[in-house]
Design a protein around this ligand. Sequence first.
Ligand code: FAD
Length: 270
Amino acid sequence: MLIVTCVKQVPDTTQVKVDPVTGTLIREGVPFIMNPYDTHALEESLRLKDKYGFRVAVISMGPPSAEVTLRKTIAQGADEAILLSDRVFGGADTLATSMVLTGAIKKLAEKEELAIIMCGRQTIDGDTAQVGPGIATRLGCSQLTLVDRVEEVDLKSKIIKVRRKLEGRHEIVTSPLPVMIAVLREINTPRYPNVPMRLMAADAPVVLWDNKAMKMDETTIGLKGSATQVRKIFSPERVKGEILGQETDKPEDTAKLLISRMIEKDLLSL
Ligand SMILES: Cc1cc2nc3c(=O)[nH]c(=O)nc-3n(C[C@H](O)[C@H](O)[C@H](O)COP(=O)(O)OP(=O)(O)OC[C@H]3O[C@@H](n4cnc5c(N)ncnc54)[C@H](O)[C@@H]3O)c2cc1C
């Protein structure tokens, strides 16, 4: 049975440059890393592989440079890495992105029974957390978001039990397979690839699927298939702060001043 793990290459900086005309990202000159949440998604897939014998395929939609990130997933223990890259995939919003990823997952599921689609909670650039649920919706399978522990997988009855972290509490839920799981960082500590695995990964193939291979309807993907168009991206201007308590060196007076100012501004519900 197969676990498909989604990983996205993201800029290693919060200084994302955006083309002011098209509203799309300018990738040139920006260092890229694997989305940190996805390193945990990959680790969890590998732990389930070690425990239950799943095969792990990793997919990423992105430019050719995303191959570097995919190669690292092989060094960590992924069995197969596929880069979904084509000009017609470009400019995709979360809807069009989940469309292409779903297409790839369906293609993989033609050959091998699909058990889990493993995603990170969100990305550090887009931060929408929509892609995982978008995939589940398009596949018509259950989605388990905010997962901080996989309790167990019953391969016989094809049921998974996980723990979800909610505000101030946890919940244990079960779902039939196949299922989309979006994981939190707390779920595990990603492993470091050892030297032999790194050497092996250096020569391992990263499979490329363009739209000739994927055969997606071009009106449903890329910029054409995107339901949203970015009008403007900007950082809101920061309101200049105020320094409190300069006239006193007693911490208790500063604390009193701070509390009275918070009450004044209705920041405390008393
Ligand atoms: C109108 C619009 C135009 C855009 N144009 C561009 C553009 O031109 N170029 C561009 O680079 N981006 C563009 N984006 C951003 C792009 O849509 C997002 O990068 C992408 O849809 C993923 O969304 P997200 O980063 O919010 O992922 P989230 O939903 O936060 O990610 C959740 C999880 O989904 C998985 N995932 C997400 N994206 C991918 C992926 N590509 N491959 C594999 N797994 C993935 C990961 O496991 C991730 O942890 C655009 C977005 C919008 C709204």
